[in-house]
Design a protein around this ligand. Sequence first.
Ligand code: ADP
Ligand code: MG
Length: 704
Amino acid sequence: MTGPLDAVLRPRTIAIIGASRSPETIGHQILANLLRYGFTGTVHPVNPHAAAIHGVKAFPSIGAVPDPIDLAVVSVPRPIVQGVVEECIAAGVKGLVVITAGFREVDEEGAEAERRLTALVREHGIRMVGPNCMGVLNADPAISMNATFAPVMPPLGGAAFVSQSGALGLSVLDYAAEFGIGIAQFVSIGNKPDVSGNDLLLQWEHDENVRTILMYVENFGNPVKFREIATRIARRKPIVVLKAGRSKVGARAASSHTGALAASDTAVDALLTQTGVLRATSIEELFDIAMGFTAQPLPRSPRTAVLTNSGGPGILAADALEPRGLALPELRAETVARLRPLFPPHASLRNPLDMIASARATDYRAALVILLDDPGIDSVMSIFVPPLGVSQEDVAEAVVAAARTAADKPVFAVLMGRKGLPEGRAELNDAGIPAYTFPESAARALAALVHYREFTERRSPEPRAVPIDAERVRAVIHAARAAGRNRLDEAEALQLIHACHIPVAPARIARTEDETAETAADLGYPVVLKVVSPLVVHKTDVGGVRVGIEDEAEVRAAWRQIHADVRAAMPLVPIDGVLVQRMAPHGIELIAGITRDPLFGPLVMFGLGGIFVEAIGDVVFRLAPLDDAEAAAMVGAIRSAPILDGIRGQPPADRAALADILLHLAQLATRFPEIAELDVNPLIPTRSGLLAVDARVRLSGGAR
Ligand code: ADP
Ligand code: MG
């Protein structure tokens, strides 16, 4: 196996620069860990003031080391890091891990030092992990490198973990044994000016030792690239992301911690939803899911059974499973018939299967074997609350034995007692069965496995070209720019979305009252009149919209009323005329739009529209470009989705046509970066299809 970061993760020779004899120093600890956990290569301490450290001969400088060095771990005071790295480069070092802190995360001077350091390593094509990191670890027995200052070596397993917080990473390593999470590799990336989470995804993509990828992320440096590579890699192995900085305060802490701006959570949510990575919302959930993926086969379906010796936890398990999309089907008649002889006649043999407190370890084994044999069940959660007289170890052993009879179905154990915990757990973990303390944790993990399986089975759709009339879009934008405006007027905005194949209610601008009356007669009643003014953003707010106009007298009255109302609300505003528009039939109001995130790029929005859109807040965002499946999923993702199917006599919305509109908007957003913001609001479903009656478009560059 070779990967782009082999010099860092599979070195044969390591130099520890800044290793001192004093055990409190980081360099000392890292050297001690490399020795203690049996690094299979050679390691050279570099220290001008010591002849040997930990019994290993030390060299005064990296240049004095006779061997070629693959990896240098740098833990020296910040002011001399640059010089030390220059020496490393001169000595032909291939990879760097810079532990030293005091860079971008502290101040502008530190940021400048980091930029210089990064430029230096880039110039020489050397990969650098850190600065401000806590080291790297590769548990592969062929390497056995613990170049961290973690107080332990985690158990060997298939999880690789990249953490933007070193301390969090080390505590995960610390807990790994207790929770039964086997670790393959760990990288603390610190400020990540060079090696980033994306680089580690690429490194681990083809590494067979890495079966699950865990990421703790405070900010995405290159979300567009993350989307591309994570979408691909997630199909091969599960990626679980814990993204910090959801709350406003959390986001501030995250950015001062890493010196990077936290991206808005809307865009992060969209990114994680679209890439098929699994999102953990807490450290606890990251552990839960990581445990679930350690050794289990993936469940073939969401149909699961819960086995318990106590009613409460069984119900709680069901409560936690169902909202996450798992099903607890009734047991088949044959299954019930096989279970019947094991239980008292009055026992109700349902799902969850409650064996009550008298159940022994042997009952667990027998019932679990039967449940696993039921073709309608594809996973089982076995919950044990220790009553007097039944030991946790015995139940653990029974669960292991039963699970062996169905190697293709995952079993999740919940051991709620504390007595005998380590023994029972270790036994289960060794057999590849995650052991949880609470049913909710097991439910979260089981759901993650089911969702991951479903994700890998979904075929990625063929990209479909959705033509937009780019010539017309360009012409409309050009006209507005030529008139010195960044905001399109009512008619231009409607023309632009029409060029994207969004059906628009027929409309024309009129300048005078007479012209307005003629235009209305031409378009056919009923009509709507709307003020056209470059300075009015929300027309309704200033009395600029009159709907349901049935004849010429009403048109003239509405024309005067709009002028009077708008003048009253905004005395100095120029009025360019009115938009005369055919009235759309009554229906629900939807919104679709485009916005941009400086880092994440264009986002497409869909939701419940109308004039209360901000207050209702039922909208979803996804990153452009979109594919068919994503567009369709977006339509179904709003809370009000059931309304789309036409309730209370409203015409239903054509979901496929809606998805199509979103695809066109995504295309528009990608091809026309000069469109800063756009919304179509409302978009009204009618008996003869969707109809847009209002659009707003702002071009990049200034507010006008
Ligand atoms: P704004 O959003 O600037 O206030 P709109 O053009 O969206 O102005 O009009 C406000 C509301 O008036 C819409 O949300 C919709 O309820 C109604 N409306 C506007 N135009 C039409 C139309 N052509 N047919 C039916 N209703 C309309
Ligand atoms: Mg509107």
